[in-house]
Design a protein around this ligand. Structure first.
Ligand code: NAI
Ligand code: OAA
Length: 267
């Protein structure tokens, strides 16, 4: 059985725990929550058959097989970097955080010192295997379009680009590089950052973001061209009820990654 520690227990974390509850090969022993959310997280986990212990930091003597981050940028600084130094393999969901200058290098250095590894999860997007394989032969272009319901862009610069409450048709709220998208839309930058890291990097990956008052899905579309030929992928993700900015596929992506480590055959 693999022993897991999970950082963050919001929309993704709870979804993952629900799906792992009856898995005999995976056990989440600890959930790391921020001090202010500990009580709420304990309440969320009260109905679980084998609720993990809720702590604010990994105990010094704990040695989980994997630490899974489902919390955000600050959690990478607070928990992932120290865990890597301790030799604990980490799975990261908040890939958008890696757009911060220098963070990729710091994660690599910490993993090297701890003789361990970091796995960036595909989360809400698919086709990352094909894109990163295509990169080996050389890529010419990667263009990504993210289309979400208008209300999913609340509290972002999308509010300055248009009136999200009254637009009557799909409206482009951003066009530019993945680096600029990550700077302006840090909470919606995970897919753009994942495509950039797998493909052409933050400066050469082109991003368009759209607020669509008629959509109830998070639609991720990208087109890649290079020596391998070309491909395009459109993924219409259902948002999670608990957080409409997050697609349900992200939860399944975490469960798949953990299952691949636990089971004899990985796919
Ligand atoms: N790779 C991808 O495709 C996707 C990645 N994400 C990312 O996953 C992360 C989690 O998403 P959701 O579960 O929807 O968010 P959420 O807001 O529902 O839950 C996040 C939880 O993490 C906790 N948290 C925040 N900082 C923490 C810290 N320093 N230590 C411990 N706990 C902390 C919060 O209290 C909250 O309970 C976000 O960073 C989001 O951007 C979300 C969707 C797709
Ligand atoms: O669809 C999702 O779950 C998240 C998303 O757009 C992003 O962070 O890039």
């Amino acid at each position: 059985m693999l022993h897991i520690t999970m950082i963050g227990c919001g929309a993704i974390g709870v979804g993952v725990l629900e799906l792992l509850e009856n898995d005999p090969q995976l056990c989440v022993d600890y959930v790391i929550a921020s001090e202010g959310s500990k009580a709420l997280v304990r309440q969320r986990l009260a109905s679980f058959k084998r609720p993990p212990q809720v702590l604010t930091a990994l105990p010094a003597d704990a040695r989980p097989d994997f630490l899974v981050e489902c919390a955000g940028h600050r959690a990478i600084e607070e928990h992932v970097l120290p865990a890597l130094e301790r030799g604990i393999a980490c799975l990261i969901v908040s890939v958008g955080a890696l757009s911060e200058v220098g963070l990729v290098e710091r994660l690599e250095a910490a993993a090297e010192r701890g003789h361990t590894r970091i796995e960036l999860l595909p989360g809400a997007i698919g086709g990352i295997d094909a894109l990163s394989a295509a990169k080996v032969g050389g890529l010419d272009s990667v263009n990504y379009t993210g289309r979400k319901p208008a209300h999913a862009w609340k509290n972002t610069p999308g509010e300055q680009a248009c009136n999200l409450d009254t637009i009557s048709e799909a409206t482009v709220i951003f066009q530019g590089s993945a680096r600029e998208a990550a700077r302006l839309y840090p909470k919606n930058a995970n897919v753009a950052a994942t495509l950039s890291l797998a493909g052409l990097g933050l400066d050469r990956t082109q991003v368009t973001l759209i607020a669509d008052p008629h959509s109830d899905e998070n639609v991720h579309h990208f087109e890649a061209r290079g020596a391998f030929g070309g491909f395009e992928l459109s993924l219409r993700g259902k948002p999670l009820l608990a957080n409409p900015k997050t697609s349900a596929l992200t939860v399944y992506s975490v469960v798949r990654a953990l299952g691949n480590h636990a089971h004899a055959i990985s796919i």
